[in-house]
Design a protein around this ligand. Sequence first.
Ligand code: SAM
Ligand code: SF4
Ligand code: SF4
Length: 347
Amino acid sequence: MDMRLPLKFTEAVPVQDRHQRALRELRVSVIDRCNFRCTYCMPADSLQGRGVFLPLEKLLTDHEIVDMVKAFAGLGVRKLRITGGEPLLRPGLPALVDQLASIPGLTDIALTTNGVMLPRLADDLFDAGLNRLTVSLDTLDPQVLAEMSGGKAKLAHILDGIKAAEAAGFGPLKINTVVQKGVNDHTIMDLVEYFRGTPHRLRLIEYMDVGNSNHWSEQDVVPNAEWRAAIEEKWPLRPVRSGNPAETARRFEYVDGQGEIGFISSITQPFCGGCTRARVTADGIFYTCLFSSRGNNLMPLIRHSEDPAALSREISAIWAARDDRYSEERGLPGHDRKKVEMYRLGG
Ligand code: SAM
Ligand code: SF4
Ligand code: SF4
């Protein structure tokens, strides 16, 4: 019997959490492995021993991901982001994107990548219907880049990835930069200058306390307000109204018309009030917050249920019970708990 959900799209049943936040965006991790070992995400010394990564048979199959995304779309999700680990390591990703692109209700499919495999895959991903790309790049200094990626990243490869995305036809990219005090902060203005005057939008991300293996400390964070002030001294900025209250980045444009820059300030200016994002790991665990300790395993319903509506009911019930406001409550007692790692969730 074909257990896949019907493709027919009926008007979404709106579902809201306990703070009246709708379910609008979904981030799906398609693999937890990565070819980098970024010290703020997946430090090499935290990966000792066997069984760190999911065996391939534990990953949701393409059909299962498509069925699950259909269920989310039926509950109001409009935007999908594919992430990882490094999502381009998943075998056959363009074919999966091709299927996701035809899901009724979805208006936008984006993907976040470290960029090094884009020269091989950008054309196929564009042809498959991927709408937007975010490329992560923390610095233009090859030595600092090597240190931050656990010795794995080469600047030329990431820049080649960006060129491949442009050549494939992708519009302006988002460029994600995690800023760590004393690590890459002395190189940030070079990055700002590099992307100023291009169509791409650099986004400076405050280093976050996701997971536990990066041993985050507040001392390692540079408040984004400091960058904004430093940038404005050289190039005046004005806010861009995006019209999307769920947007994580505060967007600005250069007054002289040389493009845009964004600031993601989860530590100093939390944005939980507008958070409409759900996350699912590559093995089907549903998390309602980036900083969750525990998730809900959807795999049994996705893989074994004979009732296609049961998955929607389960997602709906989990979302309705959602009370997360981690970033707004950071620092309160009980918040130094064990949390799921970033490379399992994908940001
Ligand atoms: N491997 C892909 C990449 O790096 O773009 C996708 C997955 S990665 C987990 C998604 C995003 O999370 C990246 O832009 C990365 O820089 C960001 N990230 C990872 N750990 C972070 C942390 N501790 N604080 C802030 N951003 C982080
Ligand atoms: Fe890999 Fe992305 Fe994490 Fe870096 S941030 S280790 S590239 S998953
Ligand atoms: Fe959303 Fe959790 Fe981040 Fe707040 S801390 S914005 S609830 S993911």
